[in-house]
Design a protein around this ligand. Structure first.
Ligand SMILES: *Cc1c(COP(=O)(O)O)cnc(C)c1O
Length: 364
């Protein structure tokens, strides 16, 4: 049985008729940018997260860099972020000229909250929390550190749509919650898309101004902005998927629960979820000291896997200028060498799940 690490087509065919109907509706409307689909999606996504406002943007990376820019963070400022994240989190910081200060992760792949305080300096302006793989981070401790040191708090929720800490949704704990709707994300569009959620009306308006060339009123440009508009087609399709996000998340949780119950190979370490957090299983990430051999073995059984991520940002060529050497973040680097995301997607059949579980249990 051939199993791919992700199957985005299954998520489409599940609601094919509704997606196609919505696409036709938008195509035939004659209105394609900043219209009623975008404003309806913004209202519905704000309601879903429990935030007051949502502003649709062109991508998750845009959500991040525009957030730091509007919070006044740039050259000479430091932002604390976990070492084991997707490089976009770090680019969101550095595009504005600010410096990322890396902290090691805990055993749940989230930022190790006990190591943050030691990294705070006079230059620290913000903490960027990444709810990696769909696990909500330990927000109580992070929020109290931000209050104690008067730091801005930005959440990278590109992988955590719907994940909660202590009953409250990720993205609503700090100044800005940044979301990506890249097709493979839990709430995926059919192309690039993103959004922020905020509780401050003025800040929401500033996002709307930046995304549209710095103008509120057409051809009156207040600031040098960007073109980062969410388009009507993506917004309409996202509205369809958002209606089913709760059941789509429950399906992922059921697959993860089955994996956790039935994979029992001492060579494979399974992911956990900390107290008070929920996980929406953007990825199901196992760890294995003999990862390369495991990948080859799974390939032979036609089971596809992905490494999220093989090179931590501080060791990437792009961030060579920061001057970090191998060994600087031993836990992050060890994760990069041992993590493996096994197949996890909406519409994964029970037979496919069993095939993956049996293969992993037979790995010697
Ligand atoms: C996908 C992702 C992003 C970037 O989102 P894009 O929409 O691709 O720009 C940022 N951070 C994390 C953790 C992501 O997984």
């Amino acid at each position: 049985m051939k199993i791919m690490p992700n199957r985005m087509d299954r998520g489409f065919f599940k609601y094919q008729e509704e997606f196609e109907q919505k696409a036709l509706e938008v195509l035939r409307s004659g209105w394609y940018v900043l219209g009623k689909e975008v404003s309806s999606f913004e209202q519905e996504f704000a309601d879903y997260t429990g935030a007051k406002y949502c502003v649709g943007l062109a991508s998750g990376l845009d959500a991040l860099w525009i957030a730091f820019r509007l919070l006044g963070i740039g050259r000479g400022d430091e932002v604390i972020v976990q070492g084991n994240t997707y490089i976009a989190s770090v680019m969101g910081i550095t595009i504005n000229g600010a410096t990322p200060v890396f902290v090691e992760p805990d055993s749940y792949f989230g930022i190790d909250v006990d190591q943050i305080e030691a990294k705070i300096t006079e230059k620290t302006k913000a903490i960027l929390v990444v709810h990696l793989y769909g696990v909500a981070s330990q927000m109580d401790k992070i929020v109290s550190l931000c209050n104690k040191y008067q730091l801005k708090l930005v959440e990278d929720c590109a992988q955590s749509h719907g994940a909660c800490f202590d009953g409250k949704m990720t993205g609503t704990f700090g100044d800005v919650g940044c979301f990506s709707f890249y097709p493979s994300k839990n709430l995926g569009a059919f192309g690039d898309a993103g959004a922020v959620v905020v509780n401050d009306e003025q800040l929401a308006n500033e996002f709307k101004i930046i995304r549209n060339y710095g103008s509120e009123k057409r051809y009156y440009n207040k600031v040098v902005g960007a073109n980062s508009r969410l388009d009507e087609l993506q917004a309409g399709l996202l509205r369809v998927r958002l209606k089913y996000l709760k059941e789509l998340t429950e399906e992922r949780i059921a697959i993860a629960d089955k994996y956790t119950r039935e994979i029992n190979n001492p060579q494979i370490q399974l992911p956990g979820v900390p107290d008070k957090s929920t996980c929406v299983w953007h990825q199901y990430v196992i760890r294995c000291e003999e990862r390369e051999r495991l990948i080859d073995y799974l390939n032979e059984k036609e089971i596809g896997t992905i490494i999220h991520y093989p090179i931590p940002p501080h060791l990437s060529e792009a961030y060579g200028y920061l001057g970090h050497q191998k060994g600087f973040l031993p836990i992050t680097e060890h994760y990069a060498q041992t993590v493996l995301s096994i197949p996890m997607y909406n519409g994964m059949t029970k037979e496919e799940q069993d095939y993956v579980i049996n293969a992993l249990n037979d790995f010697a």
